[in-house]
Design a protein around this ligand. Structure first.
Ligand code: AMP
Ligand code: ZN
Length: 119
Protein backbone atom coordinates (compact mmCIF):
# COMPACT_ATOMS: atom_id res chain seq x y z
CA UNK A 1 0.00 0.00 0.00
CA UNK A 2 2.75 2.46 1.01
CA UNK A 3 6.48 2.40 0.29
CA UNK A 4 8.39 3.97 3.20
CA UNK A 5 11.15 5.11 0.84
CA UNK A 6 8.83 6.76 -1.68
CA UNK A 7 8.70 10.56 -1.66
CA UNK A 8 5.11 10.76 -2.94
CA UNK A 9 3.94 8.21 -0.33
CA UNK A 10 5.54 10.46 2.27
CA UNK A 11 3.71 13.50 0.86
CA UNK A 12 0.44 11.53 0.70
CA UNK A 13 0.84 10.61 4.38
CA UNK A 14 1.74 14.17 5.41
CA UNK A 15 5.27 13.17 6.45
CA UNK A 16 6.92 15.77 4.23
CA UNK A 17 5.37 19.08 3.19
CA UNK A 18 3.87 19.95 -0.18
CA UNK A 19 1.72 22.76 -1.51
CA UNK A 20 -1.43 20.68 -1.41
CA UNK A 21 -4.43 21.68 -3.53
CA UNK A 22 -6.65 18.59 -3.18
CA UNK A 23 -6.86 15.63 -0.81
CA UNK A 24 -9.31 12.77 -0.32
CA UNK A 25 -9.17 9.05 0.52
CA UNK A 26 -8.10 8.04 -3.01
CA UNK A 27 -5.95 10.83 -4.45
CA UNK A 28 -4.03 13.96 -3.66
CA UNK A 29 -2.86 16.95 -5.74
CA UNK A 30 0.02 19.33 -5.02
CA UNK A 31 2.12 21.85 -6.89
CA UNK A 32 5.24 20.55 -8.64
CA UNK A 33 8.39 21.67 -6.85
CA UNK A 34 10.08 22.56 -10.18
CA UNK A 35 7.24 23.99 -12.28
CA UNK A 36 7.66 23.73 -16.06
CA UNK A 37 4.71 26.04 -16.85
CA UNK A 38 2.76 28.79 -15.02
CA UNK A 39 0.32 26.11 -13.86
CA UNK A 40 2.03 22.82 -12.95
CA UNK A 41 0.71 20.46 -10.34
CA UNK A 42 0.67 16.70 -9.83
CA UNK A 43 -2.23 14.38 -9.05
CA UNK A 44 -1.20 11.13 -7.33
CA UNK A 45 -3.05 8.08 -6.02
CA UNK A 46 -2.75 7.63 -2.25
CA UNK A 47 -1.74 4.01 -2.83
CA UNK A 48 1.80 3.33 -3.96
CA UNK A 49 1.69 2.30 -7.62
CA UNK A 50 5.20 2.47 -9.06
CA UNK A 51 4.12 3.15 -12.65
CA UNK A 52 1.17 2.40 -14.94
CA UNK A 53 2.89 -0.92 -15.72
CA UNK A 54 1.89 -1.86 -12.16
CA UNK A 55 -1.75 -0.71 -12.28
CA UNK A 56 -4.22 -3.38 -11.14
CA UNK A 57 -8.05 -3.52 -11.09
CA UNK A 58 -8.25 -2.34 -7.43
CA UNK A 59 -6.56 0.90 -8.54
CA UNK A 60 -9.29 1.70 -11.07
CA UNK A 61 -11.21 4.17 -8.88
CA UNK A 62 -8.16 6.23 -7.92
CA UNK A 63 -6.78 6.26 -11.47
CA UNK A 64 -10.17 7.31 -12.84
CA UNK A 65 -10.51 10.02 -10.23
CA UNK A 66 -7.17 11.51 -11.28
CA UNK A 67 -8.69 12.27 -14.69
CA UNK A 68 -12.05 13.23 -13.27
CA UNK A 69 -10.74 16.00 -11.03
CA UNK A 70 -8.03 17.34 -13.35
CA UNK A 71 -10.23 19.87 -15.16
CA UNK A 72 -11.72 21.47 -12.06
CA UNK A 73 -8.34 21.72 -10.34
CA UNK A 74 -6.74 23.14 -13.50
CA UNK A 75 -9.44 25.79 -13.71
CA UNK A 76 -9.06 26.65 -10.01
CA UNK A 77 -5.29 26.96 -10.49
CA UNK A 78 -5.82 29.49 -13.29
CA UNK A 79 -5.63 27.30 -16.39
CA UNK A 80 -9.01 28.40 -17.75
CA UNK A 81 -8.22 28.14 -21.47
CA UNK A 82 -6.78 24.64 -21.73
CA UNK A 83 -4.22 22.41 -20.08
CA UNK A 84 -2.21 19.24 -20.70
CA UNK A 85 -1.99 16.03 -18.69
CA UNK A 86 1.13 13.84 -18.84
CA UNK A 87 1.95 10.55 -17.11
CA UNK A 88 5.59 9.54 -17.61
CA UNK A 89 6.35 5.83 -17.29
CA UNK A 90 9.67 4.03 -17.06
CA UNK A 91 13.01 4.80 -18.63
CA UNK A 92 11.72 5.71 -22.07
CA UNK A 93 9.06 7.96 -20.51
CA UNK A 94 11.73 9.74 -18.42
CA UNK A 95 9.94 8.84 -15.19
CA UNK A 96 11.88 10.26 -12.20
CA UNK A 97 9.59 9.44 -9.30
CA UNK A 98 8.35 5.84 -9.24
CA UNK A 99 4.91 6.55 -7.78
CA UNK A 100 2.28 7.18 -10.47
CA UNK A 101 1.61 10.89 -10.92
CA UNK A 102 -0.25 12.89 -13.50
CA UNK A 103 1.28 16.22 -14.41
CA UNK A 104 -1.27 18.98 -15.09
CA UNK A 105 0.29 21.83 -17.05
CA UNK A 106 -1.29 25.06 -18.21
CA UNK A 107 -0.67 28.49 -19.70
CA UNK A 108 -1.90 31.23 -19.99
CA UNK A 109 0.15 30.88 -23.19
CA UNK A 110 -0.01 27.70 -25.34
CA UNK A 111 2.41 25.03 -24.13
CA UNK A 112 4.10 24.16 -27.41
CA UNK A 113 4.45 20.76 -29.07
CA UNK A 114 3.76 17.66 -27.00
CA UNK A 115 7.22 16.19 -27.67
CA UNK A 116 10.44 17.94 -28.61
CA UNK A 117 10.85 17.48 -32.35
CA UNK A 118 13.77 15.48 -33.73
CA UNK A 119 13.80 17.28 -37.10
P1 AMP B 1 8.50 12.53 -13.63
O1 AMP B 1 8.73 11.35 -12.72
O2 AMP B 1 9.65 12.76 -14.58
O3 AMP B 1 7.18 12.47 -14.36
O4 AMP B 1 8.44 13.85 -12.76
C1 AMP B 1 8.55 13.90 -11.37
C2 AMP B 1 8.15 15.28 -10.96
O5 AMP B 1 8.06 15.33 -9.54
C3 AMP B 1 9.11 16.40 -11.38
O6 AMP B 1 8.39 17.35 -12.17
C4 AMP B 1 9.59 16.98 -10.05
O7 AMP B 1 9.79 18.38 -10.10
C5 AMP B 1 8.46 16.60 -9.11
N1 AMP B 1 8.83 16.49 -7.71
C6 AMP B 1 9.85 15.78 -7.18
N2 AMP B 1 9.87 15.90 -5.84
C7 AMP B 1 8.83 16.70 -5.51
C8 AMP B 1 8.31 17.20 -4.28
N3 AMP B 1 8.90 16.91 -3.10
N4 AMP B 1 7.23 18.01 -4.32
C9 AMP B 1 6.65 18.33 -5.49
N5 AMP B 1 7.08 17.88 -6.69
C10 AMP B 1 8.16 17.08 -6.70
ZN1 ZN C 1 4.72 5.81 -3.29
Amino acid sequence: MNDPNCIFCKIARGLIPAKKIYDDDDVMAFHDIRPQAPVHFLIVPKAHIASLYDAQPPHQAALGKMLLIAGGLAREAGATDGFRTIVNNGRVGHQEVYHVHMHVLGGPDPLGPMLSRRN
